[in-house]
Design a protein around this ligand. Structure first.
Ligand SMILES: *Cc1c(COP(=O)(O)O)cnc(C)c1O
Length: 416
């Protein structure tokens, strides 16, 4: 860091500022986490210098012996961690991983069917302005109005009607377990390929805290940087019969040279995820989420679907404040150092930029070590801030308590 400060004080100052921001606020964004120092070390290594187009032992450039070993270790660990036949660790992000699957498995004009974005799906599952919605026909399924949960009997009927070529199971804002086995059966019956996208829940899946999609899916994709707590990036897992096609789809189909520094950091995070402490961590993510959900409901906030089975929850702001938008609520909380995101809720009456929901997740605060007591304190503050309509004095008082919590539970120390 000192060398960077000397060479480029402008960027050094900004990195320090972001470190300070992370350390002095509580991160409730469900898709974020704080990686370990070993992961950061690998990410900031000289591996970034190396061009390695291709795959271990079949590269286009010379000098790849070491990075071949790095990628092979990452692949072997990913296969072991997820129990998969084949792993591709090169996707630059989760969206690229999904596009890689489409490129490998279907032709432009074929049909993708995923979860409705406004019910918790992801833009790479067929949103009109995403590549997935421009090059392919799309259809979607969603949650039921009554339960705000997926009803797999109804999903089955919709899938059989739509006859998609690829069925996508997985979500960004769904607080209940996803029945991948049922999705597998539906896909089989409909003659569709099943892509299970576990970007949000990967850490829970690999530690047995969420049903495993691998045995039921043709492809499993994930990000590395959410509950899995690794560097920003994507991973694809698949059955052997797709191995060659998926590798060709990622390179040369979709990407050029892989980011070897990122692949090394992925490998480090896979190793961490295989340790017993990681299972303790993911169990705590879920128990913290349960505590958070019950504290919120005790205070009269309605949660979409009435609770959570995983690491996140959606709060229906209208349940206590009919006139307040998710947009305003998120800003009030952020001013006090409680960082979350506004989120559309199923059948939302407001446009997504305003939204009637807030999405809360526990992966990052659990990494810092917060437990039941701190979460109770935190939800007290949330309730006070929201009910005051973002009153300046209340926010200031809450901000002081947040600062104390942050001091007691620092983020992994990034002095390197
Ligand atoms: C986060 C997420 C992705 C992709 O994330 P990137 O931002 O492209 O890395 C894909 N699918 C789901 C369900 C996600 O939640």
């Amino acid at each position: 860091m000192q060398r960077l400060e000397r060479a480029d004080p402008e960027i050094a100052r900004l990195i320090t500022a972001e470190h300070k921001r992370q350390n002095e606020t509580l991160e409730l964004i469900a898709s974020e986490n704080h990686v370990s120092i070993p992961v950061l070390k690998a990410l900031g290594s000289v591996l970034t210098d190396k061009y390695a187009e291709g795959y271990p032992s079949t590269r286009w450039y010379c000098g790849c012996d070491t990075v071949d070993s790095v990628e092979q270790v990452a692949i072997d660990r990913a296969k072991k961690l997820f129990g998969a036949d084949h792993a591709n660790v090169q996707p630059h992000c989760g969206t690229s991983a999904n596009l890689g699957v489409y490129l490998a498995a279907i032709k432009p004009g074929a049909k993708i069917m995923g979860m409705n974005l406004s019910h918790g799906g992801h833009l790479s599952h067929g949103l009109k302005i995403n590549v997935s919605g421009q090059f392919y026909k799309t259809a979607c399924y969603g949650v039921e109005k009554e339960t705000e949960q997926l009803d797999l009997d109804i999903v089955r009927k919709q899938v059989l009607e739509e006859k998609p070529d690829i069925l996508v199971a997985g979500a960004s804002a769904y607080s209940r377990k996803i029945d991948f086995e049922a999705f597998g059966n539906i896909a089989k019956e409909a003659g569709a390929i099943l892509l299970s996208d576990i970007a949000h829940i990967a850490g829970l899946v690999v530690t047995g805290q969420h049903p495993d999609p691998t045995p039921h899916s043709d492809f499993v994709t994930t990000t590395n940087h959410k509950t899995l707590r690794g560097p920003r990036g994507g991973i694809i897992l698949c059955k052997s019969k797709w191995a060659k096609k998926i590798d060709q789809a990622i390179f040369p189909g979709l990407q050029g040279g892989p980011m070897m520094h990122s692949i090394a950091a992925k490998a480090v995070s896979f190793h961490e995820a295989m340790q017993p402490e990681f299972k303790t961590y993911t169990a705590k993510i879920i128990s913290n989420a349960k505590t958070m959900a019950s504290e919120l409901m005790d205070k009269g906030w309605r949660l979409v679907s009435g609770g959570t089975d995983n690491h996140l929850m959606l709060i229906d702001i209208r349940s206590k404040l009919p006139d307040v938008t998710g947009h305003d609520a998120a800003i009030w909380l952020a001013t006090a150092g409680i960082v979350c995101n506004k989120n559309a809720i199923p059948f939302d009456s407001r446009p997504p930029v305003q939204a009637s929901g807030l999405r809360f997740g526990t992966p990052a605060i659990t990494t810092r070590g917060l437990g039941d007591d701190e979460i109770k304190t935190l939800i007290e503050l949330v309730d006070k801030i929201l009910m005051s309509h973002g009153d300046r004095e209340i926010i200031d008082q809450a901000g002081k308590v947040v600062a104390e919590l942050c001091k007691a539970f620092p983020v992994p120390n990034y002095n390197m």
